[in-house]
Design a protein around this ligand. Structure first.
Ligand code: ADP
Ligand code: MG
Length: 332
């Protein structure tokens, strides 16, 4: 990707406690274009928060490369890190207690990062007012966090994160503690801000609605990106594969009419099969690979090891997952 805002290559994060080491990210690759809204999904413990903490420069990578808006996060010094956290990346967490200082009013919470960023008094007040109005909490400036609702707290948190107009917004399950109606309102706000301001957003979520409204959804498994689901520009007339076909997006579960899922392949050719594939097809740790001009097939070894079978039996009619257009005849 040219001019990516975020580039992670072979990113590794190891947490070392007294005598145990946890490899939270094990060679993760990721690129995000400026202005994209990307959802990050994955089981608990798969490394989502770890990744966001690295991208927010709240923690340092153990190995690999991680560059955001020209800042090499593996190399920056403390002063650059402070500057980066103030101006380049904003963070919204699930727990509002982590986003807002309880003893300050909403307006003071939004003003504080601007003070730290050296913004003058008048400009600060104007910016605070604009942000509160834009996010629908224009009348709540004088309230303290415990005097407003959960949804309003997350709106205030978004204002705090955007106070110094960062290029990247990192949101770690920002709607996780909200009821579904409030959650979708906050989500809609993020989507609008993304479009209006060209704000790049990386949002961790369990919510299929968040994933379906994002430009791209990345599934992370065991500290590596495994599959990616991209919204189709034009919905398909009918799902390929016909009635009864499973969702194209087997991992994330989005419909094939609107989304297309791919498995990510890194620079050296490694890929991670979705769990669904491993459950359905008994690979037992190795696979028989057949390379064609247009595609590659991965078969459980027994398929070609059957006695009497030719070395490379002609493959049966391909059962392409419904998200993939069937290859043209000439491609075979
Ligand atoms: N500060 C830490 N010290 C030790 N292990 C950690 C720390 N933070 C996270 N981990 C471990 O790293 C892995 C990834 O955690 P995390 O990034 O929080 O996952 P997720 O956000 O996807 O649930 C987990 O095994 C978790 O227990
Ligand atoms: Mg987490």
């Amino acid at each position: 990707m040219q001019n990516a805002l975020v580039t992670c290559e072979n990113l590794v994060k190891i947490y070392s406690a007294t005598d145990v080491e946890v490899v939270a990210l094990q060679g993760l690759d990721l690129e995000i274009a400026p202005g994209e809204m990307v959802a990050l999904v994955g089981a608990s413990g798969s490394g989502k928060t770890t990744l966001l903490n690295l991208l927010g420069a709240l923690d340092a990578p153990s190995a690999g490369r991680c560059v955001v808006a020209g800042n090499d996060l593996t190399r920056i010094n403390d002063a650059q890190r402070t500057n980066y956290r103030c101006f380049t990346a904003g963070h919204v967490w699930q727990q509002s207690g982590r986003n807002l200082l309880p003893e300050l009013t909403v307006a003071e919470n939004i003003t504080l990062p601007q003070m730290l960023g050296g913004v003058g008094g008048r400009a600060r007040d104007r910016r605070t007012r604009e942000l509160m109005e834009r996010t629908g909490i224009g009348l709540l400036g004088a309230k303290r966090p415990n005097q407003i609702s959960g949804g309003e707290q997350q709106r205030a948190a978004i204002c705090v994160a955007l106070a110094n107009a960062p290029t990247l917004l990192l949101a770690d399950e920002p709607t996780g503690e909200l009821d579904s109606t409030t959650a979708s309102e906050v989500l809609e706000l993020l989507r609008d801000l993304n479009r209006e301001l060209g704000l790049t957003i990386l949002i961790v979520t369990h919510d299929i609605n968040v994933a379906s409204s994002a430009d791209r959804t990345i599934a992370i498994r065991d500290g590596r990106t495994s599959t990616e689901t991209v919204r189709r520009d034009a919905p398909l007339a009918a799902p390929i594969g016909g009635a009864g076909a499973t969702a194209a997006s087997a991992v994330i579960g989005l419909p094939s009419e609107t989304h297309r899922e791919s498995i990510l392949i890194d620079r050296v050719g490694r890929l991670q099969l979705p769990n669904e594939a491993l459950v359905r097809v008994p690979f037992n740790g190795r696979a028989d690979v057949r390379i064609f001009d247009s595609h590659v097939e991965i078969w459980p070894e027994e398929a070609s090891a059957t006695p009497g079978a030719p070395d490379y039996p002609p493959p049966p009619a391909p059962s392409y997952p419904p998200s993939y257009p069937a290859p043209s005849e000439e491609g075979k």
